[in-house]
Design a protein around this ligand. Structure first.
Ligand SMILES: NC(=O)c1ccc[n+]([C@@H]2O[C@H](COP(=O)([O-])OP(=O)(O)OC[C@H]3O[C@@H](n4cnc5c(N)ncnc54)[C@H](O)[C@@H]3O)[C@@H](O)[C@H]2O)c1
Length: 269
């Protein structure tokens, strides 16, 4: 698919400092957009693995500026209403508009559901589900200011299928699918589409972090996940980005409330 023309558009990408979010931010910038790149940039008690650093976020912003595109570095926690509201306000101050939101930030963790702590449950559900709602809530008044707005939420194959040892993540990602559908209905009259992408096993620091938590190598964990897919190859972040670029393009203007799996056939196996 041809790259969409996003010249003049402003995109807010959460979890933009590394992994899939970084790939999305750079591709959207190459398509002409200005990027508000948001990330927490600090480790947390949950998850057990490290989150992105301030240096990683600054590097993404520098890479976008090297493309002669504008970028804004936003350090914020998607779980915090006040931090999200401030980040959206700074985006409007800097760029004067907001057209597209990519809700990509998330954390994961593993363990039987009866052994998860309340802290683990709250951290995952607050980041992966409440965070999507909060960012969408504060962005929407600006998205509906003109037709053509887009929200793309990154869910997971765990958003529609049960996944052993990831109950909090699975519940949150199912919630993202429900939230996507509800927001699609509410925003249709404003010409804003809301869709979800459901990736399978994607090469990223999240999978490496989970492998460390489970005491296995990333290659071992990939093998476990790849057995769930028909195509037993690790998906690259750029392949998820390709789906995102289509969903934010004019060609997808009649696509809303949709869940687009980029999963090597995980959901039909
Ligand atoms: N990697 C996979 O196999 C896979 C599979 C399916 C879905 N996903 C989803 O894809 C998306 C991207 O994940 P990834 O694989 O690139 O993981 P990642 O861990 O590399 O990236 C997640 C980013 O979110 C940031 N973040 C975490 N908590 C935050 C918070 N509270 N506020 C702001 N930023 C925060 C992290 O610092 C990090 O930069 C996530 O929604 C994830 O659930 C990943």
């Amino acid at each position: 698919m041809a790259t969409p023309d996003l010249e003049g558009k402003v995109v807010l990408v959460t979890g933009a400092a590394r992994g899939q979010g970084r790939e999305h931010a750079l591709a959207l910038a190459r398509a002409g957009a200005s990027i508000a790149a948001l990330d927490i940039c600090a480790d947390q008690p949950v998850p057990s693995y490290p989150l992105a650093t301030r240096a990683e976020l600054a590097a993404v912003v520098a890479e976008i500026e090297d493309l002669d595109r504008r970028a804004l570095e936003l350090v914020a926690d998607v779980r915090s209403a006040s931090q999200v509201a401030a980040a959206v306000a700074r985006t409007l101050q800097s760029f004067g508009r907001l057209d597209i939101v990519v809700n990509n930030a998330a954390i994961a963790g593993s363990g039987p559901f009866w052994e998860l702590t309340e802290e683990q449950w709250d951290a995952v559900v607050d980041t992966d589900l409440k965070g999507v709602w909060l960012v969408s809530k504060y962005a929407t008044p600006h998205l509906i200011a003109r037709p053509g707005g887009r929200i793309v939420n990154i869910s997971s194959t765990a958003g529609v299928k049960g996944m052993a040892n990831f109950a909090h993540y699975t519940a949150a990602k199912h919630g993202v699918v429900g939230l996507t559908r509800a927001m699609a209905v509410e925003l249709a009259p404003y010409g804003v589409t809301v869709n979800a992408i459901l990736p399978g096993a994607v090469a990223s620091p999240m999978l490496d972090g989970l492998a460390e938590e489970l005491g296995v190598t990333p290659a071992d964990l990939h093998r476990v996940f790849l057995h769930q897919q028909l195509v037993e190859e690790v998906i690259q972040p750029s392949e998820v980005t390709a789906a995102l670029l289509w969903l934010v393009s004019d060609a997808a203007r009649h696509v809303t409330g949709h869940c687009l799996a980029v999963d090597g056939g995980w959901l039909v196996k």
